[in-house]
Design a protein around this ligand. Sequence first.
Ligand code: F6P
Length: 361
Amino acid sequence: MSMKIGILTGGGDCPGLNAVIRGVVKSATGRGWEVVGIEDGFDGFLHPEKCRNLGLEEVRGILPLGGTILGTSNRGNPFSFPMVREGKVELVDVSDEVCSRIEHLGLSALIVVGGDGSLKIAQEMMRRGVPIVGVPKTIDNDLLETDVTFGYNTALETATEALDKLHSTAESHHRVMVLEVMGRYAGWIALESGIAGGADVILIPEIPYDIDKVSEAILARGRRGRRFSVVVVAEGAFPKGGGRVVKEAAGGKSVVERLGGVGEAFSRELGGVLEMDIRVTVLGHLQRGGSPSTFDRCIGSRFGVKAVELIESGAFGHMVCLKGRHITSVPIEDAVRSLNLIDPAGEMVRHAEALGIMLGR
Ligand code: F6P
């Protein structure tokens, strides 16, 4: 049966989005289906000119490109959409408009490529009768029910490369080099890049850190002749008895709370108890940019193909996922019921500690 399906990318971008879009277009057009790309997440439905046909020509050459050819937005919740009325920003429910645009476009299914936030919106839209299939995207790797999200691997490569570079300058100057990485409330990027990059200290949100113990670990390295240390700190990390460093509270320009600044806060704290030169690097959005890694290109492409297969079999409300070496699917509600966080007593933390890495406790 010939079908017309839509695809949108929502939330923060990440490497591999274009691989997914290309995978969807190739496998859908291979079935004789039509694909409509919605620009800038759910916002695109509110602007007819932002809904455009995607064929093989439109996806040619995009596999190695970072970002998303469709654009994205993390302010586009149709149930709470920011509209300027009489000079003031009001949050308005525009979901009816989105549903009628979907009907008007003649879409028989919609693929939502997004993280926790976009997939929760997708669930709401499902309840409004829109047949949706999800694809798990985020550098944070904080979605449940998939071994990994696409985009995460490329972000890890970027963070590991940064650590390699910080090592040599740390050693030359006998300094403590602090690298602040992203990840929101999950410490995956910090922990895995820290292990791969040979960090001496890794601070993650799942283990509130004790500044005295961190300082003692750095001093102990000095006594062994290692006069420098490399610290990776996840943006969501915080000291025992303290709180996260928030750059911008939710509800202002940003729909969700924006984290950032823990690197500086930690370095001030450490400077208070340790007589060493400390420098901070904030890796920031470099982690979200650039060409996707081989892994993300491959998994992104396969996720795209699988999303089309799910539509064909009528498995709406499902999200594609990776389990072992297989691409399969799970109900979206299982993936977003809570965040995929690191188990402080789990294997990866134990292995990091066995490698002599200090986890702040
Ligand atoms: O969720 C992905 C992510 O990059 C987080 O790691 C980070 O906290 C956030 O998005 C940054 O968002 P923004 O693009 O709004 O600065």
